[in-house]
Each structure stands twice: as structure tokens, then as C-alpha cells.
Design a protein around this ligand. Structure first.
Ligand SMILES: [Zn+2]
Length: 523
């Protein structure tokens, strides 16, 4: 069979794109363990039975049995052929497939990304070329050259237009730079000047690895201390987290995100080998950022500065994060120290130890903060605190957790537990039965689906994991006795092509319309 595309392109696309990112464009996914769940886009449903397994690069719906890889998803979503899906994904992956003109919007975005990349390279080069204030600053903050490279840190000098000049020579226009948010136009002089001057530059990566914007920290006493790129067609402060791209793998592995306040904190933790760390972008934490966090992990640890400003911000972040179904813990560092300083003072082991031993739930954080803010603890104050925490405690899914916090409240407020229960009772009685019923239903639903695998499907899954089992089944000619036609056909294809290096098994499976079955078994 002649192939109308290069196998390399397929694997290049697969390595550059993340199936979770692509599917997230249409499906609101939530992480549970190593899988991501959402409501199926291919059939109507109330509870999520559509699941994505990034390790296997597969998706599968237990409701309507639709499944496959990243290409199958786009084909089915847009109702298009494989070559069309390939073109769409190649564009997304930034692979130039042909010279044919694509949409103007795409070209514009691509151009801004290219300008950002060139700019990052320029600033990075400036940082390493000569001795300068940025290098001195990094040395003072104990940031290694290696980690500066990993985060593509750069230096914008004091000149008014060195970036503009450089990019003009590269063939871009000043207008291009303005659109990318890197230059501004002065009405007075009718000239363009650089946005970032005399600053240490932090490129901001999207979670797919494109440079979408920049942050710049002053190197003298001028204001503002931090300056970010303005909102552009590709950059929105609300929707990005600093360091997510560099942290993605570690976050997946740990199923946990450490959220810090500053760029330097984030970089410093990475430098010490703690890499599941992201920073908010120097502005107020947003709902979009909370959703982004929830997409990648089931637990977040908020680790802001120990001073009052940091603690106040922590409380604000909690208000936003607690709207999401995610485990929220807080660590408060001693004194008014920040994570970056703590690491330099005490080292990695001590730091991790401190985190482990001083991690408290957000409810406990709220309680402590409330208690610290009040001098008196009259009965009205106690009632206020109980009512303040009531919604958070009622929301908890487990009775044991609810009991724990009621006991904690009782201890800290010096009231009897049953008084708090009485205060809570009305709501708990209203909420609890529904919550339990819903949970039960979900467990049964999943078990039912997992239990629904036919013996031969389970066997084939084992065969694929273990060559010895595979060979024994083949030698016994057991495939012939498979009942399900799809599974049987798939098993024969795998048998025939398993050891042929010059064919793409994925492609044959797709051509034979067996990708649903394949995804179901591979999952
Ligand atoms: Zn479905």
C-alpha cells in the first residue's frame, strides 16, 4: 500500500503534541489517578465516562465505546479523513507540511510566536555575552547558569530600542513587534521603543512549549518592579502559569502541584530538583489558573511568602481554588521568609521535611488565620467562625474528614463537639444522603464497565504486555476461538504485523476501523 505521508511526521506529531491538551480543547477533563475523565463529546451523557490515558496516548469512552489515538480523536470530532486530521495536527505541532496558505489568523499567531522565540534568543544571548547587571543579580540570588538556561532567562539592556533595531535587521517590522507586545509607539517622537529596558527577562511558556509572553524584573529601584507583556492574541495572563511547561512531567508523576508566588521562587525550587512547581503570573490568581491546575493534578500545595502580604494572597488563592474539586494544602514558612531564601539557607532535604511536617489543609489554614486575627473569643466570635467554615466542612465527601474538622473546631474554640454538630446538623442532613448516593453510583458505574471486558479482551491485553503469553496463545492457535469479530480481527493484525518494523500498526488498525477496540484494550 502506498502511503501518502511520511511516518516520521506521524511520530513527530505524537511526540510534540499532548493528547490531554488536544482533547481539552473540546472536553473539560479532570484528573483522577493517572487518567483524565470528562463528559463524552461523541454521545450525550450526564456523568463522565470518557477517559484519556496520556501514558498510552489513547482515549476511550465507556459509554459509547468510541476510542483511539490523537488522530482518531480529531477525525471523529471534526468528521474528517486521516490526511485532514494529520494536516490540522501538524499545524498545531508547528510542523511545516506544505507551502499552501493556511488561514490568516493561524499565520498571524505563528508569526507572533516566531517573534517571541527570536526575542527570547536575543535576550538570552545578551545575558551570556557580556558582564551585566542581570548576571550580577542572578549571582546574588544564587541562580545557576544551568537553570537560567533551562528557563531561557535573558537580559534587556538600558537602550531605548536595541530589540527593535535587532528585529528590523531580521526582517520584521516595528508594527509586528508592537502586535507581539514587545515595542511601543511614541506619539511625540514618532518612534518605536522597547517595552523591556534594564530588566531581567523571564520568557513565559505555554503548556505546549511556545513562548507566549515575557515577564521582566527591574535591575534598579525603578517601578514597576515586575512588568509583564500586555495581553496579545496569544498571551493571556489569566490563562497561564509560569513554569508549567517545565514542570509538566513532574506534576504528572507526583499528581501534585506546588504553587509559589514569584518567578524566582519557581526557578529556585527547580534548581534544587523540586520540579512540580509553578508560579502565578504576578497578578491576582484567576479561575482559569485554578482550572489549569485541576487539569494536571489532584492536589495543590500553596507555598507563598511567610509575610502578611503572602498570607493574605494565600487566603485569596484559596477562595478561588476551593471552587474546584481539588485537594488544597497550605504551607506557611517561618518568619517572613520566602521559599527561595529558605532553600538557600537550609537546603533541599530540610525544605522537603518542612513541607511534609507543616502541610495543613486549607480549612485549617482558614481557621488559624481567623483565630490569629481576633483578640477575643466570645460566644458570638465562636458562632461566627463555625458559620465561616461550615460551607467548607459540609462540602467534604467523607464523614471521617467532617468529624475531624468538627473535633478540631471544638478543641480550638473550646466548645463541645455536639454543639457544633447541632449548628451543622440541618445542612449536613440535607446534603449528605445525596452526596453518598452520587459517590456510590459512580463506583458501581466504573466497576460495571471494567467488569464488562470479555475474557478474550482481557487475554489480548495481557498478550500485549507479555511476549511469552503472546507466543503461547498464538502457538495454541487460540485466536481462532475468539468470539468478538473485532477482537479476533485485531488479534490477527497484531500477530501479523507485531514484528514488522516498516509498517505502522496504528495506521493499519485505523484503516481497518479497529481503533475503538484497540483503545479499549490498550487502556
Ligand atoms: Zn461516549
Amino acid at each position: 500500500m502506498t502511503r501518502y505521508y511520511n511516518e516520521d511526521v506521524v511520530s513527530e506529531i505524537q511526540s510534540r503534541l499532548d493528547i490531554v491538551d488536544i482533547i481539552s480543547e473540546t472536553v473539560n477533563l479532570t484528573r483522577k489517578g493517572s487518567r483524565y475523565w470528562g463528559k463524552c463529546p461523541f454521545h450525550q451523557e450526564k456523568t463522565a465516562s470518557f477517559c484519556v490515558t496520556p501514558e498510552k496516548n489513547m482515549f476511550y469512552c465507556f459509554g459509547c465505546n468510541t476510542g483511539g489515538d490523537i488522530f482518531s480523536f480529531v477525525m471523529k470530532r471534526d468528521n474528517i479523513s486521516f490526511p485532514e486530521a494529520l494536516e490540522i495536527l501538524a499545524l498545531k505541532a508547528g510542523i511545516d507540511r506544505s507551502k499552501k496558505v493556511s488561514s490568516q489568523e493561524f499565520n498571524h499567531k505563528r508569526k507572533v510566536l516566531t517573534i517571541n522565540l527570536e526575542t527570547a534568543k536575543y535576550y538570552q544571548q545578551r545575558l551570556s555575552n557580556t558582564s551585566n547587571k542581570a548576571i550580577d543579580y542572578l549571582a546574588k540570588r544564587n541562580i545557576s547558569q544551568e537553570i537560567a538556561k533551562k528557563f531561557h532567562l535573558g537580559f534587556a539592556d538600558e537602550s531605548w530600542d536595541s530589540l527593535v533595531e535587532y528585529m528590523l535587521k531580521k526582517g520584521y517590522t516595528a508594527k509586528d513587534l508592537e502586535k507581539a507586545g514587545l515595542a511601543k509607539h511614541s506619539e511625540n517622537t514618532n518612534r518605536y521603543f522597547d517595552l523591556f529596558r534594564n530588566r531581567l527577562i523571564f520568557p513565559i511558556f505555554s503548556y505546549t512549549g511556545d513562548i507566549v509572553g515575557f515577564g521582566g524584573r527591574v535591575l534598579d529601584d525603578s517601578n514597576p518592579k515586575y512588568l509583564n507583556s500586555p495581553e496579545t492574541d496569544i498571551f493571556s495572563k489569566r490563562k497561564n502559569l509560569y513554569g508549567l511547561y517545565q514542570a509538566k512531567e513532574a506534576i504528572r508523576k507526583n499528581n501534585q502541584i506546588i504553587l509559589v508566588e514569584g518567578y524566582i521562587d519557581c526557578i529556585k525550587l527547580h534548581q534544587y530538583g523540586i520540579t512540580n512547581v509553578v508560579a502565578s503570573l504576578g497578578t491576582a490568581f484567576t479561575n482559569e489558573q485554578a482550572q489549569l491546575i485541576k487539569k494536571y493534578a489532584e492536589e495543590v500545595i500553596i507555598l507563598y511568602d511567610g509575610d502578611e502580604a503572602g498570607q493574605r494572597e494565600t487566603a485569596k488563592v484559596i477562595d478561588i481554588l476551593s471552587k474546584e474539586d481539588i485537594k488544597i494544602d497550605v504551607v506557611t514558612l517561618p518568619g517572613s521568609i520566602d521559599p527561595d531564601e529558605y532553600l538557600d539557607l537550609y537546603g533541599k532535604e530540610d525544605f522537603l521535611h518542612f513541607l511534609k511536617n507543616n502541610k495543613i489543609s486549607y480549612i485549617e489554614f482558614k481557621l488559624n488565620r481567623y483565630l490569629n486575627s481576633t483578640n477575643t473569643l466570645y460566644i458570638e466570635d465562636k458562632a461566627k467562625i463555625i458559620n465561616y467554615l461550615k460551607p467548607d466542612i459540609i462540602k467534604l465527601k467523607s464523614q471521617i474528614e467532617q468529624d475531624y474538622y468538627i473535633r478540631l473546631l471544638a478543641q480550638k474554640l473550646k466548645v463541645e463537639e455536639n454543639i457544633i454538630y447541632r449548628e451543622f446538623n440541618q445542612n449536613i442532613n440535607l446534603k449528605r444522603p445525596e452526596g453518598i448516593k452520587r459517590n456510590k453510583k459512580q463506583i458501581i458505574r466504573n466497576n460495571k464497565h471494567y467488569g464488562n471486558y470479555a475474557f478474550e479482551e482481557k487475554l489480548l491485553a495481557h498478550m500485549l504486555k507479555d511476549d511469552e503469553i503472546f507466543n503461547r496463545v498464538i502457538n495454541a492457535n487460540a485466536i481462532e476461538f475468539f468470539n468478538k469479530p473485532d477482537v479476533k480481527k485485531l488479534a490477527y493484525i497484531i500477530k501479523d504485523y507485531k514484528n514488522e518494523s516498516d509498517v505502522s500498526l496504528d495506521q493499519i488498525i485505523r484503516e481497518q476501523n479497529l481503533d475503538n477496540t484497540w483503545a479499549r484494550i490498550m487502556l
